[in-house]
Design a protein around this ligand. Structure first.
Ligand SMILES: Nc1ncnc2c1ncn2[C@@H]1O[C@H](COP(=O)(O)OP(=O)(O)OP(=O)(O)O)[C@@H](O)[C@H]1O
Ligand SMILES: [Mg+2]
Length: 214
């Protein structure tokens, strides 16, 4: 699979200066790309556009041969549920449900059976060191734990495309290692993995980098 953007531009208000301007780039399956740039450069905006959560003001986004920038909301939602795992900059979990349910739900929405979703969810929570928090609600865990639960939710459906927005911002370096390793593993298994981060030391080691300028 491939995601190709051409002259991509986004303005949040018609009068304001663009949050992202004239970006052209291709993201290939099996690669992990680090998106860098100062605060306000448009990293989160780019991820929202690529993940079909925002409609660009100009330019095109292709997933393989399909133009996806102008799809109807329901079609975008279906593509996202099936193919995309997204880790938001601030976790964004359902506060009324347990960690396990938060993760499992993403599996169901992608079409996994209940038992499969549950076992994969628990496996992932264990892998990222938050298995013992499976029955806790997001309000009862730390920021770094919530971030790891959000990563589990993104990974549970084995998505072809993974977006992670500053996924290690609240983590100690040992937990961050585990997260970066998991993202690299997903890429080596064939996913397109795109990570926005201020962690310039890690990004320096990545073969694929995209720097945004405000
Ligand atoms: N909902 C919004 N409405 C209006 N402007 C917005 C909105 N979201 C972001 N912006 C503006 O768009 C620009 C890009 O923001 P964005 O969040 O993409 O930056 P970023 O690179 O992710 O920054 P950070 O490193 O702080 O997360 C900024 O100038 C920001 O103020
Ligand atoms: Mg951001």
């Amino acid at each position: 699979m491939q995601i190709q953007v051409q002259d991509l531009e986004h303005r949040y208000q018609s009068a304001g200066s663009p949050a992202l301007s004239k970006l052209s780039h291709t993201f290939e399956a099996g690669t992990l790309t680090g998106i860098t740039g100062p605060s306000g450069a448009g990293k989160s905006t780019l991820l929202y556009l690529l993940a079909l959560m925002l409609t660009p003001s100009a330019g095109s986004i292709r997933w393989d041969d399909q133009d996806v920038q102008d799809l109807a909301d329901a079609d975008r939602a279906r593509l996202r549920a099936r193919h995309v795992g997204f880790v938001f900059q601030d976790a964004v979990l359902d506060l009324s449900r347990t960690a396990l349910d938060n993760v499992m739900e993403a599996g169901w929405l992608a079409g996994l059976r209940r038992e499969e979703s549950a076992s994969r969810a628990q496996e992932l929570l264990d892998r990222f060191g938050v298995g013992a928090r499976a029955t806790y609600r997001p309000g009862e865990v730390s920021g770094g734990q919530a971030q790891r639960i959000a990563l589990c939710r993104a990974l549970v459906k084995n998505p072809e495309i993974i977006f992670a927005d500053e996924p290690t911002g609240n983590l100690d370096s040992e937990s961050a290692d585990v997260v970066w390793r998991a993202l690299a593993d997903a890429a080596s298994e064939g996913a397109i993995v795109i990570v926005a981060t201020h962690d310039s030391k890690r990004v320096a080691k990545l073969p694929n980098r995209l720097q945004l300028v405000p």
